[in-house]
Design a protein around this ligand. Structure first.
Ligand SMILES: [Zn+2]
Length: 149
């Protein structure tokens, strides 16, 4: 297996981005992120004059090019209060693998539990969700409606 050649953004990517290495959104190297994600994932803001180091290329018809910045070079935002920090962590903690994620974990509508995006965490979820729904009586009520029983 050979390592793919680096790919570089064309002139169409825009001023300041042309010629930088680009990555698809699921291939972005650790340590860099978009301007928006600096705040939402890392609680940082761009430093004065901070320049992009690479580009994210979005798939799809209206291909777009989004600048990527080094997280470590961005400026940390003020610390959260303990209550805010607790809430920040709470929504990012996967109830299955117990790992803190960069983004808030989606809530399983059936169980109300937050599950991270990894397949291994969701794979085990449906059976649990069904079992919990059974225990709560929610599913029996639905079954009665469907069967008319
Ligand atoms: Zn998980």
């Amino acid at each position: 297996m050979t390592t793919p050649e680096p790919r570089y953004a064309p002139a169409a990517a825009g001023e300041g981005l042309a010629g930088l290495a680009y990555y698809l959104s699921d291939q972005i190297p650790a340590g860099m992120d978009t301007d928006t994600h600096l705040g939402k994932r890392h609680r940082r803001v761009l430093a004065d004059g901070q320049l992009p180091v690479a580009v994210q290329r979005n798939r799809g018809p209206g291909r777009s090019w989004i600048p990527l910045y080094l997280v470590a070079a961005a400026v940390p935002m003020p610390l959260l209060t303990p209550a805010q920090q607790a809430r920040w962590d709470e929504v990012r903690l996967c109830s299955r693998c117990r790992e803190l994620q960069l983004d808030p974990c989606p809530v399983n509508r059936r169980t109300g539990k937050r599950i991270c995006g990894r397949a291994k965490c969701w794979a085990a979820e449906p059976a649990t969700a069904v079992a919990e729904a059974m225990n709560s009586g929610e599913l029996q009520a639905e079954l009665r409606q469907v069967t008319g029983g």
